[in-house]
Design a protein. Structure first.
Lengths: 422, 274, 292
């Protein structure tokens, strides 16, 4: 018995030596992911990758946590200069043009064509593919995607005499509801009617501009349009919420929004769909989800992260592509969405039993699904990042009355266009 | 009488400073013990309604903390040992020897202190790649083999040792490295300790560098586990983050608590007499 | 005989260089080579649209000096350094002197004052953000109890820099307390004892004897504090991202922002070089002033 085992071991070793490492060893791929969602979710990724490795014996994916979106970008940048890029990585969607222009990310069109072409891309929500292209080529596959959504406190609605099942759908309705929902004692605001937290990406500025029919960035990505009438109208509405109706603070930091909603200090907040898990866990009153209200049209901006390919060797590219497509298949997309609160990217995954079970328990999820057909691209170009920060500073200055609205927008537009032309 | 008043004023001042410093610490500990639904309340809650010890278990399981702990200890110990060796040797030469180019070298050491990691890391990343050291313990240790700060700090301490002691030692044929080991280092114990503690903290807590140069849990360090609790797009689980902070910062605090008695005079005298 | 003596003399003469070798070799490789790398990079254009470096001479520097934001950032950095350096050193020194007395519970207090230094910055910044939160932070809660209106500590551009400075001082003064404690312990006891026997009052004794003896330590502390203040990155990155409206954008954050958020590596390298020259010149000035 022992003898036989030993012989078998020797035989296996001999075969391994004879065939050499190239054929026997599986292709090992590195996959960098920034799970911007707290510790537990790294486990979800690890679990999915383990399942992939189990079902694909010729490929071995090593999943590597790579820090926040920012640090991941830094890591990729350094690796590009040192020539040690990963094979696949997830980054924030606005980095697609940057990493493509840098020559780090690789175009996927050939691989897509070999996997069914348009039919393959047709599996995803069309709005999610908007932030995946650069220079006419596809670089990104949607992975952990989100849009903004409106969280509202149903108990506060009842208290203010509003119908808790009818969140405002238009700008006018939101301003009116927010006035009823704002609670003051003396000079102190006990509860804000609405909060639009501002982060580095200026998501809610885009949300307002899009719902007013604006663009914010020219189609070729070379000029910002913040001084155009529709964009100015969006900023004016935000300005009025702060300074005319006084229903929202001039500035709410991004991370504060959900906390203030949970503490009952804001009756409505706009935030990421990715926050649903947090709300389910922490909110102690009745709450619901509403669409981001429209003025002339619905149009929430896209957000979150895409998967991109960095491998250049054809054999590695093929293996990496197998992994990327597997991760975006319906069962995996559903699994990731249920675990995180990110939107399931694959249309078919919304019909899967586990997804239907989630919807049954949390019917408000359907609001996030309904928004998907209206969702628009997040502004991005290879040189947009400085413009993003100029816009951020301008919004804060205008809302805090440190800068007049029209003049401030004009000045910021010129500055941004100059910075992007460099 | 005046002495008592002075004493009282001293206590009052120190305690006031202590209160300001302690407040955030208190908040950290309390938050780590709060259940999730007590973190965000309209008015600050000074005590948890119930103690959520489970936070620690949940935080511990959030990342490979056991492995990270081991790595942090190895990496930090290696860095400390290397830095103490290279710094005390260099400081010895700079403080107690005359040689051509001393002033220039001292300026070069101070200059090295000025260059922050945000500035060096691209070049160092590429250097590590040339050496084939990326994604290994070397990547975490080698770039910190020398410390401009330590060299500078120890030089200051070595300068303060009177020449008479060196002359006396020479009579005992205790020169060169023996003098460094038997006299300079023991005499400068508070400074050596101060430096070791500062270096310990810096490398124990560093997360950006390990995150960028490593790609495997097997060699990653504690703060990476901590970074996993900090989020950008959605809201952080603060109680878990604070619980994780406690077990990252805890060991260093314990080390400090037990070593700081060496800052008290009596021990120094013991060192002198030997 | 003579040859052996000569060899041993040469060994004595060369010994300092051997002692210096390991430290200098490492510093040259890990600190000075990157500086040379940066100087070279700063003379090139390398960004998202130019993935292969192009020689541009001093264009990055000209762009930098022509940028109003650079001067704003420089001003912020000057304010930060001008306040954080003296405050953290004064606080560190005062507490070191106080704790050097034989106070009851001094060891607990020493640990307490050192805790902020030990805390991982991520956690320290997170707590600071809570405490200075406009709506439910402890500071505004305390102001409310005193009947004062709330202040938007981190979100109002006229307050944010002061808040970041306060948090920076809170996090670093423990270093200086430790350095001063170490120095106080090595002061010649005989001199202090003699002054005590002369009946000099503690306050006078401090200024006429202790303070001059601490001079080398103070010089050291000032240089270190200066350098630390120019490297204040983490708090800015986590708490304010340089905002609101660049009110807390400091030089090192400006380097990071251009290099790693905008991918303008050549330009970022130019900022880094300017920063290095600036800190080096300031340190040299302080050293000159001290060695007068």
């Amino acid at each position: 018995m022992n003898m036989r085992r030993m012989l078998a071991a020797v035989a296996i070793a001999a075969v391994a030596v004879w065939t050499g490492p190239g054929r026997a060893a599986p292709v090992t791929l590195s996959f960098w992911y920034p799970v911007d969602l707290g510790g537990g979710l790294a486990k979800v990724i690890d679990g999915m990758v383990a399942d992939f490795n189990k079902t694909h014996p010729d490929i071995k994916v090593a999943a590597v946590y790579s820090g926040s979106y920012d640090v991941t970008l830094q890591k990729i940048q350094a690796s590009k200069l040192a020539g040690t890029l990963p094979d696949v990585a997830v980054t924030e969607i606005s980095s697609v043009p940057v990493l493509a222009a840098l020559g780090a990310a690789q175009p996927l069109d050939r691989l897509i064509a070999a996997t069914g072409g348009a039919k393959f891309l047709g599996k995803f929500w069309p709005s999610m593919l908007l932030n995946c292209r650069y220079g006419g080529k596809v670089y990104g596959i949607p992975f952990q995607r989100s849009t903004p959504v409106m969280y509202y406190n149903k108990d506060a609605f009842v208290e203010a005499g509003l119908d808790p099942e009818k969140p405002p759908l238009t700008w006018a309705a939101m301003a009116a509801d927010a006035q009823k929902l704002t609670k003051r004692s003396g000079n102190r605001v006990e509860r804000w009617g609405v909060e639009l937290p501002l982060e580095a990406f200026n998501w809610f500025y885009y949300a307002l501009a899009y719902s007013n029919g604006g663009q914010t960035l020219s189609a070729d990505g070379s000029k910002v349009l913040w001084d155009q009438p529709r964009e100015l109208g969006a900023l004016k509405y935000w300005y009025d919420l702060v300074n005319k109706y006084k229903v929202t603070p001039a500035y709410t930091p991004w991370n504060d929004g959900p906390q203030e909603f949970v503490a009952g200090k804001a009756a409505i907040i706009w935030h990421s769909t990715g926050d649903q898990g947090f709300m389910r866990q922490h909110v102690k009153f009745h709450w619901g989800l509403g669409r981001i209200p429209k003025n002339t049209q619905f149009g929430p901006p896209s957000g979150g992260g895409n998967m991109m390919l960095y491998a250049t060797d054809p054999a590695r590219q093929k293996a990496a592509w197998t992994f990327m497509t597997w991760m975006s298949e319906a069962p995996q997309a559903a699994r990731w969405s249920i675990a995180t609160g990110y939107l399931a990217t694959n249309i078919a995954s919304w019909e899967r039993p586990e997804m239907l079970a989630l919807i049954k328990e949390h019917p408000e999820v359907l609001v996030t699904k309904a928004q998907l057909k209206d969702a628009k691209a997040e502004p991005a170009s290879a040189k947009y990042a400085p413009a993003r920060d100029i816009l951020n500073a301008m919004i804060k200055d205008v809302l805090a009355n440190k800068e007049p609205l029209v003049a401030g927008a004009k000045k910021a537009t010129q500055e941004a266009n100059a910075a992007m032309a460099k | 009488m005046r002495r008592i008043l002075r004493r009282a004023a001293l206590y009052a001042g120190v305690l006031a400073a202590a209160a300001i410093v302690a407040m955030p610490m208190y908040w950290l500990v309390v938050s780590a013990l709060k259940p999730g639904d007590e973190i965000f309340t309209a008015t600050p809650r000074w005590l948890p309604g119930r103690l959520a010890w489970g936070n620690f278990a949940a935080a511990w399981q959030g990342a490979a903390f056991g492995r990270y702990f081991f790595n942090s200890i190895c990496v930090t110990a290696a860095i400390l040992l290397l830095q103490l060796t290279t710094s005390s040797l260099a400081a010895f030469a700079l403080a107690r020897r005359r040689f051509a180019g001393r002033g220039f070298i001292l300026l070069a050491v101070i200059g090295a202190l000025i260059i922050p990691i945000q500035v060096t890391f691209l070049a160092n990343f590429i250097t590590l790649q040339h050496f084939g050291w990326l994604d290994s313990y070397w990547a975490l240790i080698a770039p910190f083999a020398a410390s401009a700060f330590g060299t500078f700090l120890l030089r200051q301490a070595f300068l303060a040792v009177p020449d008479a002691i060196e002359d006396a030692a020479r009579l005992d044929r205790c020169t060169g490295l023996a003098f460094l080991w038997h006299f300079l280092l023991p005499l400068s114990r508070p400074t050596v300790l101060a430096f070791a503690l500062v270096a310990l903290v810096a490398h124990w807590n560093d997360y950006l560098w390990p995150l960028i140069v490593t790609n495997r849990d097997e060699i990653r360090t504690l703060p990476i586990g901590l970074a996993m609790f900090v989020t950008q797009e959605v809201t952080t689980d603060w109680n878990l983050l604070m619980a994780a902070t406690l077990f990252v910062a805890g060991p260093v605090l314990i080390v400090f608590f037990f070593t700081q008695r060496y800052f008290v005079r009596s021990h120094l005298h013991a060192g002198l007499k030997r | 005989m003579k040859g052996a003596l000569g060899a041993s003399r040469a060994r004595v003469r060369l010994a300092p260089y051997f002692y210096l070798l390991p430290a200098l070799a490492a510093l040259a490789l890990w600190n000075y080579y990157p500086l040379a790398f940066l100087i070279n990079l700063s003379l090139h254009r390398l960004d998202a649209a130019t993935p292969v470096p192009i020689w541009v001479g001093t264009a990055n520097y000209r762009d930098l000096f022509a940028s109003p934001l650079f001067w704003r950032v420089l001003g912020n950095t000057a304010i930060y350094t001008g306040l954080a350096v003296p405050l953290s050193i004064a606080l560190g020194l005062a507490l070191a002197v106080a704790l050097n007395q034989r106070l009851k519970g001094a060891h607990l207090l020493r640990t307490l004052f050192y805790t902020p230094v030990v805390l991982p910055t991520v956690a320290a910044a997170t707590i600071a953000m809570w405490i200075f939160n406009a709506d439910y932070g402890l500071v505004n809660y305390a102001l409310g109890l005193l009947g004062r209106p709330s202040i938007d500590w981190l979100t109002d551009s006229s307050w944010a820099l002061w808040t970041v400075i306060a948090v920076g001082v809170w996090k670093t003064f423990g270093y200086f307390m430790l350095v001063y404690l170490a120095a106080l312990q090595s002061l010649p006891q005989s001199v202090l004892e003699a002054a005590r026997l002369d009946g000099a009052r503690p306050w006078d004794r401090f200024w006429s004897i202790t303070w001059p003896l601490l001079r080398p330590t103070t010089w050291f502390a000032v240089v270190i504090a200066l350098i630390l203040s120019f490297q204040a990155f983490d708090f800015v990155n986590i708490m304010t991202q340089g905002g609101p409206s660049n009110a807390t954008n400091l030089l090192v954050f400006y380097v990071y922002q251009n290099g790693f958020q905008y991918f303008r590596l050549g330009f970022a390298a130019a900022i880094a070089v300017v920063m290095f020259v600036l800190v080096y010149a300031l340190s040299a000035l302080i050293s000159l002033w001290y060695s007068r």
